[in-house]
Design a protein around this ligand. Sequence first.
Ligand SMILES: *[C@@H]1O[C@H](CO)[C@@H](O)[C@H](O)[C@H]1NC(C)=O
Ligand SMILES: *[C@@H]1O[C@H](CO)[C@@H](O)[C@H](O)[C@H]1NC(C)=O
Ligand SMILES: *[C@@H]1O[C@H](CO)[C@@H](O)[C@H](O)[C@H]1NC(C)=O
Ligand SMILES: *[C@@H]1O[C@H](CO)[C@@H](O)[C@H](O)[C@H]1NC(C)=O
Length: 833
Amino acid sequence: MMRTVSAALLGLGTVVNAIALPQNSATAPSSVRPTGTNAPPAYTPSTDDLTSGCANVAAVAASFVRTSAAQSANDFRIDPKIGYDCLQSIPLDKEPALEFLFELSKFFQFQSTITYLARPPARSGQDPMDILGGLTDLYNSVESGSITQWNELETRVDRLLSGCHEGHLYVAWTLPSLINFRTPFTLVDLSPDGIQLSKPYVFNDVSAASARGSTFQASAITHIDGEEVYTAIQRLTYYEQSQSVDTRWNAAFQSQNPPKQGSFYFRTRYPGANTFTLTFENGTTTEYAYEAYAAHVPGSNVWSNLRTGRDIWTRLINIPPSSSSGSAKMLRKRALETAKKTRLQNGPLDDVFQMLEKRQGSNSVPPPSELVEFNKSFPDTPRVNPYIQDINQVVGGYFMDDYAGDGSRTAIIDITGFAPDDPSAQFAPHAVQAAVQMFLAEAKRRNMDKLIIDVRGNGGGYVNMGYDLYKQLFPPSDPYSGTRLRYHPASEKIAEAFTQLVNEDVINNLVRAIGGGMGQNLSTNQLNSYNLASYASLSNLDQFLNLDENGQPFTSFSDFIGPVNIYGGQFTNIITYNLNNLLAVGDLSYDITGYGDRASFRNNDPPFAAENIVLLTDGVCASTCGIFGEFLRNQQKIKTVVVGGRPNNEQSAAIGGTRGTQVIQHTAHMLNFVQIVENNFQPANDQERQQWDQIFPRAFKINIAEAAVNWKDNIRRTDPTQTPLQFYLEAADCRLFYTRDTLILSHNLWAQVDGLAWGADDACAVGSLKNATVVLGDSNGVPVSIGSTDTSGTNSGFGDTPQLTGDRTIDTGIWIWYGVRNSLGSSNGRRPY
Ligand SMILES: *[C@@H]1O[C@H](CO)[C@@H](O)[C@H](O)[C@H]1NC(C)=O
Ligand SMILES: *[C@@H]1O[C@H](CO)[C@@H](O)[C@H](O)[C@H]1NC(C)=O
Ligand SMILES: *[C@@H]1O[C@H](CO)[C@@H](O)[C@H](O)[C@H]1NC(C)=O
Ligand SMILES: *[C@@H]1O[C@H](CO)[C@@H](O)[C@H](O)[C@H]1NC(C)=O
């Protein structure tokens, strides 16, 4: 659907910041590397290094462009030292830097969990992060001249956001597309049997050891830079996106399902030194060099006019995205591509408008048989072909008996995202719907009675697709997802505007005009109104396009918008989708199973009994996957298995990523919302005009690719505290570690899960499937986090009392924020950034 998201594989090798475990100081990100006995010295460029850094990169570029590789390569290798010298030599000019921070602060007002991040609930696994207070500090540092380098400002804003561990909250910076860092190999984290604790290995060693006839034994890593490996990997992955520490741990390592190399290998930012050491169990310590890569455009030399840090500031950073040159545009494009692969994202509304065109008869959806393929290879499972997959390789459906020949009655659905990786994919939601439907029909024909749903690495995608998969598995069930937005002056203004512009009459007329099935062609007026309705729908800020928590229309605007005071913040009332209204749900020409043209599916029996389904994750299940997982777990009591995590015997969260239900981007979406308001309404007077400038986000004038916020929370109906679900880390019923065989070949992992759920095996590393309890909350229905031993006081004490004085409004003397200042103050209890 439109609120949707393109490919959103979390953890595809992204590491937002790998420099360090934060320390208890709000400044000074230096001296953050471990200083173990084997740590190579941290590197700080001298004045001469800074002066020559970019010229040195340009010199490498000048010889690289004369090689044949330059005709096709997107980057070229440089010494990490000169890469860092060049980055650190980029200056900033105060005025545009301050304006940029101001714009960010307006946009981040829309981050739904600001108050929860500033004072996280107990046992949420989240450290306090005060986004708005942090931006104030950085603003003041730029203004006072204590931050003078763009790379430092960028890195610190990045840490401030990454420290929130919220996959929907980010800035897609362009600098990491210009110069980035890598290690020479990937790591894997393996246990001998999946039950004993795992240990990290160099992947090449594991491959060499398993080569036919090899006598080599891979030795596990005990220390990185002289620091004990358990601490070192946690330090390395601290700034990863997931709220669960175990899910973040997994991000460091290579995996096959989905294919990713891991964040030990990919370093977005300078790792702090030019070399690193690994110490192995066999006693050997080896030093390795980091690698660095600089951007290249085939057939040209982008570095010919980038000889100083100031050149980069002027030509690549301090120019508005709208009017930028070739190289600046190239960086933005690459940054967006990276964000697409590694971040949760909504596409622009183009998809929806294209679907409308298709619905208008010019390009109709092919029949299901043309949207699927049988017995073809699938990237997640190199040796085993799925019985069926959609043409975009989003979902694969397998029968264990097909490849194991064991007569088993277990079926597997493998879905590593709710959207295709390929941006040019066609008919993605239709194709997945068709593949799942045909797979379930075949499962029934073959009398399959058990199902494993493998969502490892699933960072979300089309919200519709998550609803549809759930409804195909449980046709009579009504999925419940209660959501809400942050209430503040800008969200209220936008809601007022959309509610007036796209009212009940407009909606009814449009729905009638579009009709069912492929529908009618719309007039120009109707198209304009459709366009507006699509933005209103995407924003969720239209009273008439939403239902209340009981599935009823809101009785008034204030019944919809609130504000409701909870946990020191203000929110809209709980809203739910009207799944029967094609405009409200978006994504025309696609009906979720059980609604619209597919309403009759509601009469079908579920193809599998809930007790015969197991959900398999690696903790990376976020966004749409978080919504899907909540349906399965909370409404059907499906058992869960989580694989990986830190080597300990603790419970670990099955759904470790953000459970927010929508991401909204600054440039692709928010600027359109604001433009719609300003095109249709006038401020009443000068004072209101000034207020609009204070609260409405405007186009960036700095060359960054995008920024995004978590727009909506998901709230469990039985939770009287209405805490966003990601602030609960709910334990998986069974925890396993990877072995070499289950890491590389998914069907080996499925066999292990099958044995634990329905076969002869009992032993998980932690927990049990046969004895699974599927804890759904305490006696009040409040979800229970890992480590919670009592049923009282899941939250840390702010309850639903609004914190009104001095807390609601921050007047920095520069601008006014409607947020909270972390009550812990500016330097204590807060992670640095
Ligand atoms: C120790 O183990 C490492 C990692 O497997 C290996 O590279 C190295 O060759 C081993 N050293 C000795 C002396 O066996
Ligand atoms: C699937 O294709 C492979 C060859 O790619 C073949 O060996 C196998 O028999 C096929 N399986 C089925 C069930 O058709
Ligand atoms: C809609 O327009 C297309 C051309 O764009 C045309 O082929 C089709 O017949 C029209 N459909 C209806 C129902 O008028
Ligand atoms: C299941 O739980 C019961 C009671 O808590 C316990 O006695 C039994 O050993 C458990 N079985 C397994 C397979 O974990």
